[in-house]
Design a protein around this ligand. Structure first.
Ligand code: ITT
Length: 191
């Protein structure tokens, strides 16, 4: 069964297609429908609005994912603004904001919105961890070099894709989607 994933981010697509393959879903990256990004403090609302807009353009069942990094010492910053903050400040900028800060707890959140008529569903998941003292590793993307998930000592950027998928917010939210597809017995007929 085939499902579109509207995203311009190749890494997100690769992580997601690996997870959904476990559920027999073949994910197809959709780049030609631009992702509509509203401003909201809720990733679920951002993802669902984007998924509805993309569905109006495409007319085929699809998912959209929105994710963000929430740093506790910064009251949840950059959260829904993670994409912009990554482009402007980057990992180094975040480390500078945390200079001298001992409490380095943070989490990634992922919201996966699925529009599969007649259904609309959003799955939200988190991974908790800490912000490293310096960037480490060359895998992955975005803030991966500075995020260490709870239960490990390596950053996401020091892990392969399969290992990151064992912990990540995105993989967790997508497994919820996979289980939901299974429980609804959504098969080729709808997809
Ligand atoms: P699309 O909107 O096209 O899907 P994007 O990269 O802009 O791709 P988001 O809007 O969800 O994705 O932005 C989230 C940003 O948060 C992303 O650019 C990264 O900087 C960061 N981020 C999210 N998930 C991450 C992860 O698994 N590892 C590292 N950084 C992540």
């Amino acid at each position: 069964m085939k499902l579109y994933f509207a995203t311009g981010n190749r890494h997100k697509y690769e992580e997601a297609s690996r997870v959904l393959a476990e559920y027999g879903v073949e994910l197809v990256q959709l780049t030609r429908v631009p992702k509509l990004e509203i401003q909201s403090s809720s990733l679920a609302e951002i993802a669902l609005t984007a998924a509805r807009a993309a569905y109006l353009e495409l007319g085929e069942p699809l998912i959209v994912e929105d994710a963000g990094l929430y740093i506790e010492a910064l009251n949840g910053f950059p959260g829904p603004y993670s994409s912009y903050v990554y482009k402007t400040l980057g990992c180094r900028g975040i480390l500078k904001l945390l200079e001298g800060v001992k409490r380095r707890d943070a989490y990634f959140e992922s919201a996966v919105a699925a529009v599969i008529p007649p259904y609309e569903e959003v799955f939200v998941a988190r991974v908790r961890g800490i912000i490293a003292r310096e960037p480490r590793g060359g895998e992955g993307f975005g803030f991966d070099p500075i995020f260490v998930p709870r239960g490990d000592e390596r950053t996401f950027a020091e892990m392969g894709l399969e290992e990151k998928n064992r912990y990540s917010h995105r993989a967790r939210a997508l497994r919820m989607l996979g289980e939901w597809l299974r429980s609804r017995k959504i098969k080729r007929a709808q997809l």
